[in-house]
Structures are given as structure tokens and as C-alpha cells.
Ligand binder design. Sequence first.
Ligand code: AMP
Length: 285
Amino acid sequence: MTQIVEMKKEMRAVTSVWRRAGRRIGLVPTMGALHEGHLSLIRAAVAECDVTAVSVFVNPTQFAPGEDFERYPKTFEADLGTCRELGVDTVFAPTADEMYGPGAETYVMQERLTSVLEGASRPAHFHGVMTVVLKLFHIVGPDAAYFGRKDYQQTVVLRRMVADLDVPVEMRVCPTVREPDGLAMSSRNQYLTANERSQARSLYEALTRCRELFDAGDRRAEGLREAMRERIAREPDAQIDYVEVARPDDLNPAQSAEPGDVALVAVRIGDTRLIDNIVLGDDDT
Ligand code: AMP
């Protein structure tokens, strides 16, 4: 039986019973509109934990004015059915008013990591993400929390937060799930027209090209970036936000690429902003 919980207090009561019974609690934070990427995290949580909570919350504080908060896809009934099928114990789906009480003005800040790449384009984004994830950690109290490598920088920022603030949660990061042609699954893919959808393949193709060059021995990071830019620039409606080859832990740009470095791209295709990444020297992404 999958239980739906909308109130923070009730969610805490549920998990405190689990905790007292000594059960390992898994948490999968999502914004709903669940796809196979989310499902892989949920499956991992259900397999590795005794009880699993999935949060479904489109977090207003991680969207800037003019971003897609209002039109973000909402498919709650289908999401619930999926969670039931996968054996999720509780779906936590608070309203924004329930999540953020009146007068809320406290946020989690992080210095450098949140100001580069995604943070350069979306300055308040990670503060919203960190704040809501820390709140979810406090409300649910998970032993392990599951995130996708698709949002690579998010995993780096959250690991940093967990280490810096001594949060007793094990961070689990799962590989990126892709469409057959390589496009990383994303709730935002449904914004794409058919023509844009075919141009969106360029992100993964650019990353794959980068990996091929790396595997063939090319270590000049600037050359790898240039090869990615060149592939994406072939698409008429693609506008590059950034293309980077960076160190895995601090996201500093690489001069000479090494195994474990991560290639990251952010591209606007028409009105839709897509991100993707692969880890060099690792075929699992
Ligand atoms: P979202 O609902 O977009 O906030 O995503 C919730 C979680 O699912 C995040 O940890 C994402 O990184 C993860 N996720 C989203 N897309 C994918 C994907 N294609 N493969 C693996 N994980 C994903």
C-alpha cells in the first residue's frame, strides 16, 4: 500500500515509526512528471532500503522568474500509479504553502560551487535546491537519498552541503537513463517540438564525440570543448549556454583531461534549456 502524505508533521510521524522499528529509510526527491530516470532511482531505493519515500514537489524557490515553474508538467495520478507499482511506501506531496511557512526567509547558501556552470546561468537555483533538499532530509530523516547523475552539478553541490553541514544522510547517485538515441530523459523533453527533439540529440552526440576523442588519447581539454561546440553548433535552433570539461569534485575547468573528469553541456533548443554530461573513462553514463 502506498500512502499519500501532504503534511510535514504527518510525514515526520510516519518516518519516526519506521526509525524506531530500525528500518533503513530511502528518500527519492523529485518534482514529479516521473519518467524512467526517476524510476531507476526509485528502484534502487526500494532495492537497498527497507522503506522508501518519494517526494513529489515542484519547488518554487529553485525557479527564477520567467523560468518554467508555471508550465512545469504535472502528472500526479500517473506518478502515484508508478510509485504503487514500484512498491514505494509513502509519497510525500506537500503544497508550497505547507512546505514554506509564512515569513520563511532562511536559505542554505554555498559559495563557489553554486556560482559556476548552472549557477552562472541560474544564480538562485542551487540555493533553492539545497534548501528544499535539506528540509526534506529534516522532515523524512532518510538513511540514504537517491539522486541522478543527469544533474551532475546538483550531486556535487549536495554532497558538499551534506559534508559541510554534517548531515547524516548517505548520498546515492545513479547513472543517467537515456532515450534510445541517447537523449537524457527529462521532464522538460516534452516541451520540444518534433524538429527540436531531433536537434536535441546533439547534446549526447557532442558528449560522445568528446569521449571518443578522450578514449583515442586526446587530453587537450580545450580541444575537447571545441569538438563539442562544433557538434552542437550544427543545429539551427541550438544555443550553447556552456560546454565544459571539469574536475569531478570541485568542477574547476580541466586543462589536461583525466579519467574521472566530467564533460558537461547546457544548450537551449528553441525555448527549452537542456543539460547533460558524461564522465570520461566511464562507460556507465
Ligand atoms: P527532477 O524531478 O527533475 O527534479 O529529478 C529528480 C531526480 O531524478 C534528480 O535527482 C535527477 O537527477 C533525477 N533524474 C532526472 N532525470 C534523470 C535521468 N535521465 N536519469 C537518471 N536520473 C534522473
